[in-house]
Design a binder for this molecule. Sequence first.
Ligand SMILES: [Cu+2]
Ligand SMILES: [Zn+2]
Length: 190
Amino acid sequence: MRFIFLLFILFLVSCQTGGNSSKTIEMYNASGDMVGTATLTEQEDGIQIKLKVEGLTPGFHGIHIHEYPECKVPDFISAGNHFNPQGDEHGLMHPEGAHLGDLPNVEADGDGLVDAELMLAEATLLDGKNSILEGGGTSLIIHENQDDGVSQPAGDSGIRIICGEIIADDATEATESPTDPTQFNEDQED
Ligand SMILES: [Cu+2]
Ligand SMILES: [Zn+2]
């Protein structure tokens, strides 16, 4: 047990190299309207998520990192299950939990606003098995109801109501860089 603990410490220390990185993603509701943002910042013990969204029903809502960067309206089923690279059970209160993508519930105020700061423990924006950018990325999803922290597979948190795609910057640039319309003609003239 002590040996495993030492390995864990070594693992943590080795993960602290690489510097900080940060990215802001846009959050969309089931109608495809942008309703807020989430800013993800790499920290020593995980990823800090600063979330600002509007248009929710007042009260608690489940929120998770899901496995695919695909927020297709209206149900966001395209985002897949919870991000779970370690093969754990769902729920922050489950004895064999939790999914790496599990987060504590967020609370919307009386006006339906969420302004929250969350910690996605043990995850990273850098390389590695726990990277939420690896394999094309992931997504951040807010649910209709609160996550009970133990029910399988998703905490009985109801339908998905808000979604934001988490995609690496270089991947975004690659798909957004416009093609040069003069390029083809120039090539032909040669
Ligand atoms: Cu979820
Ligand atoms: Zn989960």
